[in-house]
Design a protein around this ligand. Sequence first.
Ligand SMILES: [Zn+2]
Length: 346
Amino acid sequence: MRAVKWYGPFDLRVEEAPEPTIRLNEDALVRPTAAAICGTDLHVYTGALTVVPGGVLGHEFMGVVEKVGKDVKRFREGERVIVSAWIADGSCWFCRRQLHTQCENTNIFGMGPAYGESLDGAFADLVRVPYADTVMIKAPEGVPDEKLVMVSDALPTGHDAIINAGMEPGDIVAILGCGPIGLLSGMCAATYGASHVIAIDMVRERLEMARSLGFTTINASEVDPAEEVRNMTDGRGADIVVEAVGKTVEPLRTAIDMVRKKGTVSVVGFHLQEYNIPVGGLWLTEKRVIFSIGNPIRSGERLTRLIASGKIDPSRIISHRVDLEKVPMGFELFEKKKALKVLVKY
Ligand SMILES: [Zn+2]
């Protein structure tokens, strides 16, 4: 089969690889029909996260069940499924409480040994899916792949950022960073009744996309975004700020500055470092800062219904569609911010 393998920073190659097999009774094999390149994949691409050379990338995907292990009860061969990017065993203390992202046996496809066993990813013609009964979500009939594929990862990440922050109808929600997660988060906030979604970025094309989705936009290269948000909210600040930039302390500080007293900063940006943040100021103003990882296993089914009924259409943010052979080019465009969301077809 074909597989997109990582050999080092910026070095992806499409090669032949042996097909995976069922190894445990809870496994399934899934033949992908659509996948997407995720921001987290970029951390591997650039070398910020290390994969074993020769590891297969890709974790946001859906497809058709090719084969199931003998303990898989909910799925059969030939069924169309979305596969949660996060693996969970479905049985530990955390899973029993629907806290799958903290599962004792968590893992992610194509992320190398960062989470224990190195699991080959979805940019290949066949994928082994562990704990299939927990990890797979039934795809509703008649809804095209490109609307559903982001239920695997990016959409629940955006969705749960809003839900975990406790958004209420009528809230003013600011989105810091108009990459895929930020935009999807804004879409979910709008669907759940935010009165205003304010989208902040510095890339013109991304701000245009945000405007086309009905958000108010602020170009952070032209004005101080926190001050601008306060101007829009009678001096208070936003009820909820989704921090979808990550990597450095700056966006986190801006988000804290931008949220109103007793409001919530919901951090979905990717952070690996320790920082100084103004805890004294947070205490006095009772601002909350929460960290949020999307849970496709818990939120996936609800999101497929919202998509099937037309309430949310994640495919609106797809900017490029590539075949499996062109995945390395897709990464290059995404890394240079020339692509917003790259869909992979098989
Ligand atoms: Zn678990």
